[in-house]
Design a protein around this ligand. Structure first.
Ligand code: GRF
Length: 214
C-alpha cells in the first residue's frame, strides 16, 4: 500500500492552479496524496480563500516579516515539518526558495511555468511578462512546463510540457488564457504521476511512464 504523500502548495495569486489540484483531488485522481498545506506569499490572495473553502490548512510566509533569510527558512521548515510535507508544489508562486529549502526536498519540489522551458524563462519571466515576450518574439507555439526546482530559476528537470499554437490575431492576453488552461491540465497530471510513482529518470532527464512510446 503506497504511503499517502502530503503536499504543500505554495502560491502568490488567485490560486487557479491550486484550484485545479483541489478539483483533481476531489475527483479522485490524487488518491495517493493529500494537499495538506497551502503557503501564501502574502495576505489577501485568492488562493488562501480557496484553501479555506476546501478546508485545507494554510499560512502566510512573507519575507518582510523576518529579519533574515535564515529566520524565514527556519519558520518555513517548521511549518513543513509539522504538516509532515513530502512534496512541495509551486503553483503561481513568485518567491524564490533558498538553497536550504531546496536541499531539504531534493527532486521533491515541482514548479509550473507558463512557457516551454528553456524558452521564455529565468529572471523576470513571470506572469504577463512571459506572454508579452512570447507575443513580441513571433514564435508560433507556446505552452506550459512542469519541472523540478533545482536552485536555478526555472532550470530543473522538465517533467511535463504541453503546447498550443499562436495565431496572427492572438494578443498577450489571449495567449495567457490559452496557456493557463494548459497549466490547469498538466499540473494535476504531473503531480499524479509523481505521487503514483510513475516517473522514469534517465540521468538528469525525467519522463512519465504513461507518455513513453510503445
Ligand atoms: C499565472 O500567471 C500562471 O501562469 C502562473 O502563475 C500565475 C497565477 O496563477 N503559473 P494562479 O491563478 O495563482 O494559479
Amino acid at each position: 500500500m503506497r504511503k499517502t504523500l502530503r503536499i504543500a502548495v505554495f502560491t502568490s495569486g488567485s490560486g487557479s492552479n491550486l484550484q485545479a489540484l483541489i478539483d483533481s483531488a476531489q475527483e479522485g485522481h490524487l488518491n495517493n496524496a493529500q494537499i495538506a498545506l497551502v503557503v501564501g506569499s502574502k495576505e489577501g490572495i485568492g488562493a488562501l480563500d480557496r484553501a479555506q473553502k476546501a478546508g485545507i490548512a494554510h499560512c502566510v510566509m512573507q519575507k518582510k516579516d523576518f529579519a533574515t533569510q535564515v529566520d524565514f527558512d527556519y519558520n518555513l521548515l517548521m511549518h513543513l515539518a509539522s504538516a509532515e510535507i513530502d512534496l512541495i508544489v509551486l503553483a503561481g508562486y513568485l518567491g524564490i526558495l533558498s538553497q536550504e529549502i531546496i536541499d531539504r526536498f531534493p527532486n521533491h519540489i515541482l514548479n509550473i511555468h507558463p512557457a516551454l522551458i528553456p524558452s521564455f524563462c529565468g529572471k523576470g519571466f513571470y506572469g504577463m511578462h512571459v506572454h508579452r515576450a512570447v507575443y513580441e518574439s513571433g514564435v508560433k507555439v507556446t505552452g506550459a512546463t512542469v519541472h523540478f526546482v533545482d536552485g536555478g530559476i526555472d532550470s530543473g528537470a522538465i517533467l511535463l510540457q504541453e503546447c498550443c499554437p499562436i495565431a496572427a490575431n492572438d494578443t498577450p492576453e489571449s495567449i495567457q488564457k490559452k496557456v493557463l488552461a494548459i497549466e490547469h491540465d498538466i499540473l494535476p497530471k504531473a503531480v499524479k504521476a509523481f505521487v503514483d510513482g510513475h516517473l522514469i529518470w534517465q540521468d538528469t532527464r525525467v519522463f512519465i511512464s504513461e507518455t513513453l512510446e510503445d
